[in-house]
Design a binder for this molecule. Structure first.
Ligand SMILES: Cc1ncc(COP(=O)(O)O)c(C=O)c1O
Length: 171
C-alpha cells in the first residue's frame, strides 16, 4: 500500500466515529428515559464543528445546533479548554455564593448589549418563566395593572414548565 493511501486511510479512520461507538437501542433508551419529547429516529454520538455523526458512523451537517444553543459548534477548542480549566478549578457551587466569573460574564454581557443586568438560568423554559415574571412585575410596578395578562400564539413551543406549557397553547 502506498504511503499516500496509508495516510488517506489514517485520516479516514480519525474522522470516523465508529471506533468504540456504543451500540444504540431505542427500545432500551425509551424504557429508561421518560417520554416527554418526541424524537427523530436518529442517535447522535459525536460532533466536530458543524458536523455530527450518528452511532452508525453516518455524517451529517448540524443545522440545528442544539436549537441555537450550540452556535460555536461541537468540540470548539477554546470552549473545551475553558470548560476543562473551570472543571479542574471549581465545579457547581449553587447560587448561595458569589462566583467571580459569573459577575465578569454579566458585566461583559451588559457592556455589549442593551441590557442593564444579566439573568442566568439553565434552560429555555426558565428564561421564558423569567420573562413572564418580569412582564408581570413591570405591569404591576410601572403600569399599576393588578391582573396583567400575557398574549401567546397557538401551537408554538416555550418549554415544559407549567407556565410555559400553558403559554404553548397546545392540547
Ligand atoms: C422557542 C423555544 N422556547 C423555549 C424552549 C425550551 O427550552 P428548554 O428545553 O431548554 O427548556 C425551546 C426548546 O426547544 C424553544 O425552541
Amino acid at each position: 500500500m502506498s504511503f499516500a493511501t496509508q495516510m488517506r486511510n489514517a485520516f479516514k479512520a480519525l474522522a470516523s466515529p465508529k471506533v468504540n461507538a456504543p451500540a444504540f437501542d431505542a427500545v432500551t433508551f425509551d424504557s429508561a428515559v421518560m417520554n416527554t419529547y418526541g424524537r427523530f429516529p436518529l442517535a447522535l454520538e459525536r460532533g466536530q464543528g458543524c458536523r455530527v455523526w450518528d452511532t452508525d458512523g453516518q455524517e451529517y451537517l448540524d443545522f440545528v445546533a442544539g436549537i441555537a444553543t450550540c452556535t460555536l459548534g461541537h468540540g470548539h477548542p477554546a470552549l473545551v479548554e475553558a470548560v476543562t480549566q473551570q472543571m479542574q478549578k471549581l465545579h457547581h457551587v449553587s447560587n448561595l455564593y458569589y462566583i467571580l466569573e459569573q459577575g465578569q460574564l454579566a458585566q461583559w454581557l451588559t457592556q455589549h448589549s442593551c441590557a442593564d443586568k444579566a439573568f442566568f438560568c439553565n434552560s429555555g423554559a426558565e428564561a421564558n418563566e423569567a420573562a413572564i415574571k418580569l412582564a408581570r412585575k413591570y405591569a404591576h410596578v410601572k403600569r399599576d395593572i393588578e391582573h396583567p395578562f400575557i398574549l401567546t400564539a397557538y401551537a408554538i413551543f416555550h418549554g415544559l414548565t407549567l407556565a410555559t406549557v400553558t403559554a404553548t397553547g397546545q392540547p
